[in-house]
Design a protein around this ligand. Structure first.
Ligand code: NAD
Length: 252
């Protein structure tokens, strides 16, 4: 077990990739804070972790809201006394052609996907610096690395911003024994894949992604959870400020 005695917060872990990360960390011995916008999803994941003998609590918080994040960190410290690992996973997408993006479409995506990472990182960093230990893992996207698809301007801008925020945080936190890295997933089939798409459109998109990937397939949440575990564990102690594409070889 690679995370015995560790405390981890995984944002947006009521379903999808975050849920897989939370369950993976718990199965490796971590005490996990399952954060979500809605308590029902988070509580369900906590139930699954507990059924498997793990330790977890659910905390509702909107990553875009600084007061919520202050409370998320405070409640985590009250429950578990410390925080070793933060996974900034919460994210949303709104696929809109550039000319049709409203100010609201722009703001909501940037607020959750980019400001949310800043909010959580800033809220936890002082504590990690004091204890001179921390692992921060940010979830970007292939849309933040390469050429994004149509209707992705707001999402791609936020996800690209996460990459530079990762490097900036790694620079400032490195001398305190804190590793900060970023995962850029390719197509991972989750509810997000089907959001704003018909079933047929989603299936066409999945087939297209398979053709673009060197490995000829798309990923599942477990693929990201395995990499997150490596970055959260002491196996990655000499790695910081990096972006790792976990995309079956789309970017090559
Ligand atoms: P998902 O929609 O299944 O899950 C996203 C989670 O984030 C949900 O649990 C949701 O409740 C939570 N969330 C949304 N807004 C929030 C907020 N304001 N505060 C707290 N939680 C909030 O999506 P997913 O596919 O599991 O995506 C997880 C992350 O991976 C996202 O950051 C996404 O951008 C990124 N990503 C996904 C893919 C993919 O193909 N699925 C590819 C690249 C990157």
């Amino acid at each position: 077990m690679k995370l015995i005695g560790k405390v981890a917060i995984v944002t947006g872990s009521g379903r999808g990739i975050g849920k897989a990360i939370a369950k993976k960390f718990a199965s490796e011995g971590a005490s996990v804070v399952v954060n979500a916008l809605h308590i029902e999803g988070a509580s369900r994941v906590v139930g699954e972790i507990k059924n498997q003998g793990g330790i977890a609590i659910a905390i509702k918080a909107d990553v875009a809201n600084r007061a919520d994040i202050h409370n998320l960190i405070k409640s985590t410290l009250e429950n578990f006394k410390t925080i070793h690992i933060l996974v900034n996973n919460a994210g949303i997408i709104r696929r809109v052609p550039l000319l049709e993006i409203t100010e609201e479409d722009w703001d909501v995506v940037l607020d959750v996907d980019l400001k949310g990472v800043f909010n959580c990182t800033q809220a936890v960093l002082g504590h990690m610096m004091e204890q001179r230990y921390g692992k921060i893992i940010n979830i970007s996207s292939m849309s933040g690395v390469g050429f994004p698809g149509e209707g992705m301007a707001n999402y791609a801008a936020a996800k690209a911003g996460i990459i530079q925020l990762t490097k900036a945080t790694a620079s400032e936190a490195g001398s305190y024994g804190i590793n900060v890295n970023c995962i850029a997933p390719g197509l991972i089939v989750t509810e997000m894949t089907y959001f704003q798409r018909t079933k047929e459109e989603a299936e066409r998109y999945i087939e297209g992604a398979k053709k673009r990937a060197a490995l000829g397939c798309v990923g599942g949440p477990e693929d990201i959870a395995n990499l997150a575990l490596f970055l959260a564990s002491d196996d990655s102690n000499f790695i910081t400020g990096q972006v790792i594409c976990c995309d079956g070889g789309i970017h090559r």
